[in-house]
Design a protein around this ligand. Structure first.
Ligand code: ZN
Length: 287
């Protein structure tokens, strides 16, 4: 099997815990559509398996996820995939805002919402970079265990865009902290993320997998229906605090930004590439 056709997500079961692992470590687990649909199949499998009580979402290698794939050889944003999160039509033969809106409604907002509703507890096990699209994967999980080397960042304001597509920022951290996080694009270290309530635990890097599994195993002792209803209860409370409708409204702003970029800059990302994001981060580091 060539590297390009390798399954981008691994699925393993350890007792009552399904461990779903992002498996493109050579690209810091950048999320292309192939990975999105592989994740969806893995979550469906975990939901469908009565033996599975809890899901752990992890990333292979040094980093949890560097975000959406905007520059690897397997970037596939232009390709059609069978839609499962929404009934939006195929984006790949459409133009402009229609194409972007149809695609992102399905693969970003739609998928994240679908995964958030998986009726079993999900724990994100995060090390290294958890950037932009990576945040969405961690945030749809119910709990986050971070290693002490983990950091979180959403630098897409540099593209003129008000945050990633799944705009949970002011619900997963206080609004003033969310503004600082977005305005600066700075890395938020795991310890700071813990202090503002965005992660549940910070553990040594060497113990991340073990401690994530231990927490999952403990939760797995609770009754399935009790867990499912409790998850639903807290998710409903978040939505009553405006999360669902807030995200819908910001999704419109997000697409206004993409359209503005497409009209005035090199492309809908404002001409920003992985290279220029890295350069900006490097410049900041020497200041
Ligand atoms: Zn977008």
């Amino acid at each position: 099997m060539s590297a390009a056709s390798k399954e981008p997500v691994r699925y393993e079961r350890q007792g009552p815990v399904a461990v779903v692992t992002l498996d493109r470590p050579e690209y810091r687990n950048a999320q292309n559509s192939a990975m999105t649909y592989a994740l969806d199949r893995a979550f469906y499998r975990a939901a469908d398996d009565d033996e599975v009580r809890v899901v752990v979402l992890a990333g292979a290698g040094k980093h949890f996820s560097a975000g959406h794939d905007i520059g690897t050889p397997d970037r596939d944003a232009h390709l059609p995939f069978e839609r499962t999160a929404s009934l939006w039509w195929d984006h790949s033969d459409k133009a402009g805002a229609e194409s972007r809106y149809a695609r992102e409604s399905e693969v970003y907002l739609g998928m994240c919402r679908r995964w958030r509703e998986l009726p079993k507890p999900m724990i994100a096990s995060v090390q290294g970079a958890c950037v932009a699209g990576g945040l969405m994967l961690a945030w749809v999980c119910d709990l986050i265990v971070a290693s002490d080397d983990a950091f979180f960042a959403d630098p897409v304001v540099r593209m003129g865009i008000p945050g990633v597509e799944y705009f949970a920022h002011p619900w997963v951290m206080p609004p003033r902290i969310a503004k600082e996080f977005l305005f600066t694009g700075d890395r938020m270290p795991a310890q700071r993320a813990y202090e503002v309530g965005m992660v549940n635990r910070v553990v040594p890097r060497a113990e991340l997998a073990e401690q994530s599994l231990a927490l999952a195993a403990r939760i797995a002792e609770m009754p399935r229906m009790g867990l499912a209803l409790t998850k639903r209860a807290v998710n409903q409370a978040e939505d009553l605090q405006g999360m669902h409708t807030g995200m819908d409204s910001v999704f419109g702003l997000h697409h206004l930004a993409h359209a503005h970029n497409a009209e005035t800059a090199a492309d809908s990302l404002g001409g920003i590439t992985i290279g220029s994001l890295k350069e900006a981060a490097a410049q900041k580091a020497v200041q």
